[in-house]
Design a binder for this molecule. Structure first.
Ligand code: ARG
Length: 467
């Protein structure tokens, strides 16, 4: 196609009135955003249709011109979607590419579309629509990940594994309970997403360049047509605000941090030394030299994507700091950060959902590890408090001596004889052995949010009703 029927090499058709010559090649290169903002084509066209419809409704343009504009925009949408549209870097960005093509298609009526509008409110609208849709996609992706964890949690509500602090064996927990920890994390991410959608649900179009417009526009009408709750309330803020992008990147960074912690656990759990899980073939790779290897590449890449996503947040924060009101061209640097972070986050969530859904949980290995490292020492101390009336600090001391003895003998706590234990504290009876197994340990922790299988099942039911 012609990228602007009346465009000359010398100056720009959209704003070239006062320019005698066109831009230097380097100027064109640094200025153009079409290479990445073409991603906003659907939002741009939707916004223009809503704007033109409102202009006609308000009597600012004729219904005939509006019909031509809408028809032309529909044609452009299908040209772009079928891949025949030629984007031009000389036309800078998606807004001017679409408008120039509209002029080529429908003639002078195209020039009426930009009445009571500026690229400043146009880009704020397009980008906000895109981010809102991305947040909705993120919400759905997180729901799928939470669902995968709930399934695994239910299946393994009573599978015992070691719980860690400092990555040292702490107390036995259930794998279901561990899965629910991630459900909580991704659940918080999802509520942050929902809150951000609420927060950004205001329509920028009609703020014009920065000061609003003297044309009798109806911003409530465009807001409604574009699915926003209401129009934004300050035209200066509207064209200089990128909080919605920063909120997306902040949420993405926190979610990526959660994904990275999960990725790290998957890497550890899938080592032969731990052997808690086996990743499916679909989510692992082999080594070109070591035939025995099965590498958790997807988990490692999820862990690494966090760096990119956090980097995008810092990049945009740095772009925005110190910008005077209202619009500055610096803000054109917002999109690539958000697009890159969005792509990385979507991929990371999808890969994690697949890994969690497909991995084989090796309950035998988990249980064996849960019993080692004196993981039921706290249970012994608690028993001494409950059954022998010892103050907890004394019970802690007695238990410490029992652990030292077991360590010296190279056995578990449960393998010490009653005589051994009574030599440390005569109040101990053979009833103590009931609490030294890992199953008894987890079953006893019935406090709200605790690791007992019964409690885990209750929490699963709570989440199921909300997922
Ligand atoms: N491509 C620009 C951006 O992404 C569009 C807005 C340009 N506005 C302007 N006054 N030059 O920010």
């Amino acid at each position: 196609m012609a990228d602007g029927s009346s465009e000359t090499k010398s100056s720009n058709q959209m704003w070239g009135g006062r320019f005698a010559s066109g831009p230097d090649a380097i100027m064109e290169e640094i200025n153009a955003s079409i290479g990445f903002d073409k991603k906003l084509y659907a939002q741009d066209i939707r916004g223009s249709i809503a704007h033109a419809t409102m202009l006609a409704h308000q009597g600012i343009i004729s219904v005939e011109d509006k019909d031509k504009i809408v028809h032309g925009l529909d044609t452009i949408l299908s040209e772009i979607e079928s891949g025949v549209f030629e984007f031009s870097r000389r036309l800078e960005d998606i807004h001017m590419n679409v408008e120039a093509r509209l002029a080529a298609l429908i003639g002078p009526a195209a020039g009426r579309l930009h009445t009571a509008r500026s690229r400043n409110d146009q880009v704020a609208l397009d980008f906000r629509l895109w981010v809102k849709e991305e947040l909705q996609r993120t919400e759905r992706a997180l729901t799928a990940l939470i669902g995968a964890f709930l399934d695994r949690a239910e299946e393994h509500a009573d599978t015992v594994m070691p719980g860690f602090t400092h990555l040292q064996t702490a107390q036995p927990v259930t794998f279901g309970h561990h899965c629910l920890a991630y459900v909580e994390m991704f659940g918080r991410d999802r509520s942050r997403v929902r809150h951000a959608i609420e927060h950004m649900d205001e329509c920028p179009i009609g703020a014009a360049a920065l000061a609003g417009t003297g044309f009798p526009i109806d911003r409530h009408m465009t807001a409604k047509a574009l699915g926003f709750r209401e129009p934004t309330r300050n035209s200066i803020d509207t064209v200089s605000d990128r909080d919605f992008a920063l909120e997306f990147l902040s949420i993405a960074s926190i979610a990526a941090t959660h994904l990275s912690r999960l990725a790290e656990e998957i890497v550890i759990w899938s080592t032969p030394q731990f052997g808690f899980i086996r990743l499916s073939d679909a989510f692992s790779t082999g080594s070109s030299i070591m035939p025995q290897k099965k590498n958790p590449d997807a988990a490692e890449l999820v862990r690494a994507k966090t760096g990119r996503i956090n980097g995008s947040l810092i990049a945009l924060l740095t772009v925005m700091k110190g910008l005077p009101l209202a619009y500055s061209k610096d803000m054109q640097e917002d999109k690539e950060q958000v697009f890159d972070a969005a792509e990385s986050l979507e991929l990371a969530i999808a890969a994690m959902t697949g890994m969690v859904r497909d991995m084989t949980v090796r309950a035998d290995r988990m249980k064996a590890a849960a019993g080692s490292g004196y993981s039921t020492a706290t249970d012994l101390a608690d028993w001494l408090v409950r059954e022998a009336g010892l103050p907890f600090r004394d019970a802690h001391h007695v238990t410490g001596r029992a652990v030292a003895l077991a360590e010296q003998k190279g056995c578990d706590l449960a393998d010490l004889s009653l005589a051994d234990l009574q030599a440390i504290n005569p109040a101990i009876t053979d009833k103590v052995f009931d609490v030294l197994t890992v199953e008894a340990s987890v079953a006893s922790r019935t406090s709200f949010g605790g690791t007992a299988p019964a409690e885990v099942l209750k929490q699963i039911a709570w989440w199921r009703a909300r997922n």
